[in-house]
Ligand binder design. Structure first.
Ligand code: UVW
Length: 322
């Protein structure tokens, strides 16, 4: 994976003077911009449902052919603990009535599938979201873990911006960037508006390409396409009060900001400072095709990651209901 240039500015300098939501929902808040998703926003989401079509947005987990996992993180490993073979070998428990069972377990990075990041997953200096001490991450996250997000759940109006389709590509290229102007232009071309408090779902085609490209090619010198940092982009997210950013990439932003050379600055500017919830590795191909077919780019988005105590993130299978 590409690393930050030695000439890259310090993030603290790059982000100086930009908006922050720390304290906005109280000193103890651990769910950040999800607070924008009030009951009326849930009803606005439900009002987007037109035909009752369901789309599940998680990628398959534990695929024997490999999962799209950030380089350096381990592939999910699912292991059978009990199956018919155990019964054939006489190594399975016998239950009165003779019923038989299969059991298994999975070992995985909590960021190793479609997932919600905890707001405390990325920090700067000694502080995470809302000013919590970075030492609260030691051992397990005792502040701004994924648990409060999981306890809360997420529901609202989702809007899909298909950046790949807008640029006439199956998938954006390695390192290809876009910003809020591009999001607005794509929305206009799609005939949809990105409204205040919308759950912003952006398709790049990148995770889709994992399933069509040779794996060595997909992972070579790993650099993802994605949103790119600018001060105006951060202000745009702040003004629109975007609660949740969902993309079909592993990190929701271009891996290395081409202007500054900083790695993943939006994890700090949006997640840590504004409290925007990040949902990554979403599977958007079927939803995007349906939206292109019927011209309806909005839907009821609903999700709840697993309630992992102290987790830095947790797998999720969001639903888009049109
Ligand atoms: C990285 O940490 C690289 O990305 P994510 O937000 O998936 O955890």
């Amino acid at each position: 994976m590409a690393e930050a240039s030695s000439h890259a500015p310090r993030l603290e300098d790059l982000l100086a003077g930009l908006p922050s939501n720390w304290g906005r929902w109280g000193a103890d808040d651990e769910v950040g911009s999800l607070n924008y998703l009030t009951a009326s926003e849930v009803l606005r989401g439900i009002a987007a449902v037109r035909k009752g079509a369901l789309f599940t947005l998680q990628v398959p987990l534990g695929d024997p052919n490999g999962d799209p996992v950030w380089p350096g993180r381990t592939q999910p490993t699912r292991v059978n603990l009990l199956d018919k073979g155990h019964y054939l070998c006489g190594k399975a428990p016998h239950f009165p009535g003779d019923s038989e069972f299969a059991d298994d377990m999975i070992i995985m990075s909590l960021q190793g599938s479609t997932q919600y990041d905890a707001l405390g997953h990325a920090w700067l200096g000694d502080e995470l979201w809302n000013g919590f001490d970075a030492k609260t991450t030691c051992g397990r996250m005792s502040k701004a873990s994924v648990l409060p997000i999981a306890e809360r759940g997420i529901a609202g109006r989702g809007v899909l911006i298909d950046m790949a389709r807008h640029r006439g590509k199956a998938a954006l290229d390695r390192g290809e960037t876009f910003d809020h102007h591009d999001l607005e232009a794509a929305a206009k071309a799609q005939g949809v508006e990105i409204c205040k408090h919308d759950i912003l779902v952006v398709r790049t085609g990148w995770i889709g390409s994992f399933y069509t490209k040779p794996r060595e090619e997909f992972f070579r010198d790993y650099v993802e396409p994605g949103l790119t940092f600018s001060r105006e982009l951060v202000a745009w997210f702040h003004d629109r009060e975007i609660p949740n950013l969902v993309t079909d990439t592993m990190a929701n932003e271009v891996t290395v900001d081409p202007e500054s050379g900083v790695v993943l600055p939006l994890h700090i500017a949006l997640m840590r400072n504004l409290g925007v919830a990040f949902t990554e590795i979403a599977s958007l191909e079927k939803l995007a095709q349906d939206c292109a077919d019927d011209g309806q780019w909005t839907f009821f988005y609903v999700a709840a990651p697993l309630k992992v105590v102290g987790g830095t993130g947790a797998p999720v299978n969001p639903l888009a209901i049109k």
